[in-house]
Design a protein around this ligand. Structure first.
Ligand code: SF4
Ligand code: SF4
Length: 92
């Protein structure tokens, strides 16, 4: 059964696939740095939360704050395609 996800971003330009999320937090660290010039999860506008654990497979919930401007940096730094957007892969 699919776990309901929070809205993607204000304009819903991202595709998210929580099954691919490893919880590495690179997206959150990248967001915090581009927005505040410092690494800190509390400054990130994308949030990764551990969800239900089923068997040996950890699951994570991906959500975005209202302040997300859709810049796409988090998608660019997600090496697992859990967040994908128009800027993914540098194709604009
Ligand atoms: S799109 Fe930009 S502002 Fe929004 S969560 Fe990702 S890095 Fe942060
Ligand atoms: S969405 Fe991608 S970058 Fe963010 S925690 Fe999950 S796997 Fe890592």
């Amino acid at each position: 059964m699919a776990i309901p996800q929070a809205p993607l971003s204000k304009d819903h330009r991202f595709h998210i696939d929580p099954d691919k999320c490893t919880g590495c937090l690179l997206c959150s660290l990248a967001c915090s740095f581009i927005k505040t010039s410092a690494f800190g999860l509390s400054h990130s506008l994308v949030h990764i939360q551990r969800d239900l654990v089923r068997g040996s497979h950890e699951r994570f919930r991906i959500s975005f704050d209202d302040g997300c401007d859709g810049c796409g940096l988090c998608a660019r730094y997600c090496n697992f395609d859990a967040i994908r957007g128009p800027q993914h892969g540098g194709s604009g």
